[in-house]
Design a protein around this ligand. Structure first.
Ligand code: 8YV
Length: 328
């Protein structure tokens, strides 16, 4: 690295300790009012910077990468998912891409478990009644949910978050099943007491609860298609803390409305921040505004990872969280 501090453009407001450290390390352009940058602002940014730090709200597509100036060497994403970045186009132009895995695993798994419980035990429905002052008295047959202990959970995607969820779910007495491109290996299966289903269709047909914990890639787009959703049992609960695009949201909304699914806990949506209006009014659905990894600790650790990736790369070494096209 030369004496000149590298220029870093950060597209959204980051936690104060992260921004303070970035000011020390880099010639950094911060986004104080946190307004998402449009395509023109992003193009202007990449035309004249060494480093771009985007988030999920930025579209780093082929056209934007083509507009990058010769200075741009690394796109250090603030976030684990990189489906908003054309990693292949960046790679072809010799621009490195990194992400922030690991530091949001436990928080995301916590929220996934919370959604499973919230839907199965009608937590939000009950809280809304109580907080609206509409609790008219206890009844033996009112607000009945489904017991978790003994239910079967099918995890789609047994990476870090899938495994962290399995550990939690096991403690609640759920039977752990999973589908993944490849089996997770004997040691992990033994630790988690997890059963591998090579056939996603078969697993879907047998589970009480399904949780999506895989990345969004061309291969997982609408993985839960209208056809596959029909394989679920009518009492099944669907939980998604991964990416909205992995489920055919319109087909899911139809089925929830028609009572063909037991319920859904959704933290992510196909066309964020828009949520399919048919999902909004359903009692058996718990909706969150993409907040599974939203803890102070995760956001600070994500920022630290971003800085480590930038520094390591600009110092001429392999950044710890480099993403290359063959990994996707
Ligand atoms: C983050 C996420 O909030 O890291 C991810 O992939 O989906 C989120 O939990 C987001 O990416 C921040 O950019």
């Amino acid at each position: 690295m030369t004496d000149r501090k590298p220029k870093v453009v950060v597209t959204r407001k980051l936690p104060e300790p992260v921004e303070a450290r970035m000011r020390e390390l880099f010639d950094v352009v911060l986004n104080d009012d946190d307004r998402p940058m449009d395509a023109a602002a992003l193009a202007a940014a990449v035309a004249d910077t060494d480093v771009l730090v985007p988030t999920i709200t930025d579209q780093i597509d082929k056209a934007l990468i083509a507009a990058a100036g010769p200075r741009l060497r690394i796109i250090a994403n603030f976030g684990a998912g990189v489906d908003h970045i054309d990693v292949e186009a960046a790679h072809a132009r010799g621009i490195a891409v990194t992400n922030t895995p690991g530091v949001l695993t436990e928080d995301t798994a916590d929220m996934t478990m919370a959604l499973i419980m919230a839907v199965a035990r009608r937590l939000v429905e009950g809280a809304n009644i109580a907080q609206a002052g509409e609790f008219a008295g206890w009844s033996p047959t009112w607000m009945l949910g489904k017991r978790l202990r003994g239910a079967s959970l099918g995890i789609i995607g047994m990476g870090r978050i899938g495994q962290a969820l399995a550990r939690r779910a096991r403690a609640f007495g759920l039977a752990i099943n999973y589908h993944n491109r490849k089996p997770a290996g004997r040691l992990i299966e033994e630790e988690l007491g997890a059963t591998y289903w090579e056939s996603l269709d078969q697993m879907l047909a047998h589970m009480d609860i399904i949780s999506l914990n895989c990345p969004h890639t061309p291969a997982t787009y609408h993985l839960l298609s209208a056809r596959r959703l029909k394989l679920l049992q009518p009492h099944a609960i669907l939980v998604n803390t991964a990416r909205g695009e992995v489920i055919d949201e319109a087909a899911m909304a139809n089925m929830l409305q028609a009572g063909e699914l037991g319920g859904a806990g959704l933290d992510v949506f196909e066309h964020e921040p828009t949520i399919n209006p048919r999902l909004l009014k359903l009692a058996n659905v718990v909706l969150l505004p993409h907040m599974s990894s939203a803890t102070v600790e995760a956001r600070i650790e994500m920022g630290e990872k971003v800085m480590i990736n930038i520094r390591t790369f600009l110092d001429g070494h392999k950044p710890p969280d480099r993403v290359i096209p063959s990994m996707l």
